[in-house]
Write a protein that binds this ligand. Structure first.
Ligand code: M6R
Length: 388
């Protein structure tokens, strides 16, 4: 069943190009570009979005806010989602831990879409937060009606029973307790949702839209390239960290949640203490933790925050920390900054999380495997957390 892989987690990491492809194929409208050209020649805007999510029309009317509830890795996917929904579709979006939201819910606002993200569809806190949200909205006036959406890998789950509108992430069953391919698939779902909403709200120019769609279609090949070219290297690199006690992961903007995800993966399966921070926050406290024994993994992708991230990494260098950079090849400034590079393909910053997360999953995996740990069944963890 492991098809020659030592662990399910590694097999699932390798399934990601196929999973991203499947999720895109399920929802991209391939005829869209032709239809759009025809429409551009007449004066009407097409009703055909490039994305086919099959959501009811009233999802799009007067939408003023989005709130997302989730736990763990799904919460990290939701943070990337917030970035996309705000930057592409211009909808104010809040992301809440389901376990916090239940006891301190945000004040109700009309025309709000609530999204629950859970790969298993069975996480107790996420389900309870959504049930509560449905109840409190139903108790109020009509414009507080719940608009609900579930993003899950298991539409036949309790989440599917609770919420009629579902984006199925098509990742296939995930056995490793550490979420990998289901995370990538959740990210794809958020790209599709944000593009669909941006399309309906007219917040993206047609050439930006086409660029994004083309970029998304290339992602499976980019992920394949990292797996092929970097896995061996990361495995060797991991040998240096089998005894390390603390790790810091840094990212900014759309890659801040990926820093959190890199740290969570490492904690879960290797039991090494790891923290993810927005790179700009380091100097407000955490930098005091650094010394030569604490490796700092920094995600530095060219775009809006590249130079800022490099200078944040240099602050860590001044504390003798060992600097590892997840960054594209041939970026001179990055080469000068980091002691060790894990090169990734050049992709647009906005699409980069699906690329930058791959080496972090591999790093966590190989460190844990090197330590001889039960990667697929880490201590104290269950695949779905059905207790509150
Ligand atoms: O099934 P869910 O997506 O709702 O699960 C949420 C978390 O329990 C889950 O992501 C957990 O953090 C994973 N072990 C992460 O690898």
């Amino acid at each position: 069943e492991k098809q020659g892989f030592k662990h399910f987690m590694l097999k699932e990491i390798y399934e990601q190009p196929g999973v991203v492809r499947a999720c895109l194929e399920a929802y991209l409208n391939d005829q869209w570009e032709q239809e759009e050209l025809k429409i551009q020649n007449s004066k009407f805007k097409t009703q055909n979005s490039p994305i086919r999510l099959n959501l009811p029309a009233d999802f799009y009317t007067d939408l003023q806010q989005i709130q997302i509830v989730a736990c763990g890795t799904s919460w990290h996917a939701a943070l990337v989602g917030k970035y996309l929904l705000e930057q592409l579709a211009e909808i104010p979006t809040q992301v809440q831990y389901a376990s916090e939201f239940r006891y301190a819910p945000s004040p109700l606002t009309p025309n709000t879409l609530t999204i629950g993200v859970t790969q298993s569809g069975e996480t107790a806190d996420t389900l309870a937060a959504l049930e509560m949200e449905i109840r409190r909205r139903q108790a109020l006036a009509i414009d507080y009606q719940p608009r609900l959406l579930g993003i899950t890998n298991r539409p036949e789950s309790s989440l599917g029973d609770l919420i009629p509108n579902i984006i199925d992430t098509h990742a296939g069953i995930e056995i490793g307790v550490a979420a990998t391919k289901t995370f990538s698939a959740q990210l794809v779902a958020f790209y599709l949702l944000a593009i669909d909403l941006a399309y309906h709200r007219n917040t993206l120019a047609i050439d930006q839209l086409e660029k994004l769609l083309n970029g998304l279609r290339q992602l499976p090949a980019e992920i394949e390239m990292i797996l092929e070219s970097q896995e061996r290297y990361i495995e060797e690199l991991a040998h240096n960290f089998a005894e390390t006690q603390d790790f810091i992961f840094l990212g900014r903007g759309i890659n801040f949640p990926i820093a959190l995800e890199g740290a969570l993966k490492l904690k879960e399966i290797s039991y090494i203490h790891a923290e993810g921070y927005p790179a700009g926050e380091m100097k407000h406290g955490p930098i005091a933790l650094l010394d030569a024994k604490v490796p700092v993994v920094t995600i530095a992708m060219p775009g809006t925050v590249f130079e800022k991230v490099l200078s944040n990494a240099q602050e860590a260098r001044a504390r003798d920390a060992q600097l590892i950079g997840i960054t594209p090849m041939d970026e001179k400034d990055a080469e000068d900054t980091f002691d060790t590079l894990i090169p990734v393909p050049h992709v647009d910053e906005i699409l980069s999380p699906l690329v930058t997360v791959i080496p972090l999953q591999l790093l966590a995996y190989h460190i844990a495997a090197r330590r001889g740990l039960d990667v697929d069944q880490p201590r104290n963890l269950a695949k779905s957390v059905t207790v509150e």
